[in-house]
Design a protein around this ligand. Structure first.
Ligand code: T3D
Length: 263
């Protein structure tokens, strides 16, 4: 039996998901998409999960769509890529943006095509110094998908978004961090321990509070200030009635660490 294309384990509130087709730089085929869908659904349904950690096996993070599955040559019958997006990539990105806990992408190597944008769909992206981001789509006559045309201009501005998307050059992780495309870039030797500290911190934080922060930040993209002030009011009201707020304030007053109750 071939090895699972997605590895999944839950420990200490952390759901660990590893893309596991290292011989193809963890590029996606239909089976891997289905396996990833299953583990994300399992994590969402598991009340013990407080944070998702997504990474890749081997030297790469993810090289996007497995192009050997496409096997298109000039003159051959066309593949309906829209159907592929509708079936696989669109639900994947939507799911990641709406999971009931924070998401961390640990980019362990090259992230290309849909692999780059899969990473950008996560709440916090931390990359090892030897990693890179490549909007490879233009090299095969396509447009950035999996949210690329949405994330890029918002994160790095129109000029850099167009440069990245139209040239398809390799953006080293350090520059990606300097441009604000990702949260952090760390030296390869410190990568594993730094990722563990990060997910451990999120696993004991106020999960509901963090999910509300994600929602507010994302909604701000299409709101006026007035509308956004209303969003903040409504979320603050909801959170203020919750246990985590009472526990957070009690812990502050009592000069102790808070014990948030979970999801
Ligand atoms: O089709 C649809 O459903 C629509 C959706 C599309 C979404 C997309 O993601 S389209 C974009 C697809 N991805 C790419 O175009 C990236 C292709 N890969 C590369 O450009 C390079 O591999 C990298 C720049 C990512 C890394 O280069 P390098 O030199 O470090 O590694 P490599 O030697 O090119 O790759 C290592 C192996 O992985 C190699 O196999 P081999 O020769 O050792 O047997 C290579 O063929 C394989 N590999 C890498 N990427 C893919 C792949 N095999 C299939 N599909 C890939 N995307």
């Amino acid at each position: 039996m071939s090895e699972a294309s997605i590895l999944f384990a839950v420990d200490g509130g952390i759901a660990r998901v590893t893309l596991n087709r290292p011989e193809r730089l963890n590029s996606f085929n239909d089976a891997m998409h289905a396996a990833l869908r299953d583990v994300l659904a399992a994590a969402a349904a598991d009340a013990a999960v407080r944070v998702l950690l997504l990474t890749g096996a081997g030297r790469g993070f993810c090289a996007g769509q497995d192009l050997s599955d496409r096997a298109v040559v000039p003159g051959s019958e066309a593949v309906d890529l829209g159907a592929s997006i509708e079936r696989n990539y669109k639900p994947l990105i939507t799911t990641l943006r709406t999971l009931p806990f924070p998401t961390v992408c640990a980019v362990n190597g090259v992230a290309a095509g849909a692999g780059a944008n899969l990473a950008l769909a996560c709440d916090l992206v931390i990359a090892t110094k030897s990693a890179s981001f490549i909007q490879a789509f233009c090299k095969i006559g396509l447009v950035p998908d999996s949210g690329g045309t949405y994330f890029l201009p918002r994160l790095v501005g129109t000029a850099r978004a167009l440069g990245l998307a139209m040239l398809g050059d390799k953006l080293p992780a350090e520059q990606a961090a300097a441009w604000g495309l990702i949260w952090r870039c760390v030296d390869d030797a410190e990568f594993g321990p730094t990722v563990e500290v990060l997910v451990a911190q999120l696993a004991i934080a106020s999960t509901r509070g963090l999910v509300a922060i994600r929602r507010a930040i994302h909604e701000s993209a299409h709101h006026t200030l007035e509308e956004q002030l209303d969003v903040e009011r409504d979320l603050q009201r909801e959170l203020g009635f919750g246990d985590d707020y009472r526990e957070g304030v009690a812990a502050f007053i009592g000069k102790r660490a808070p014990h948030f109750s979970g999801r």
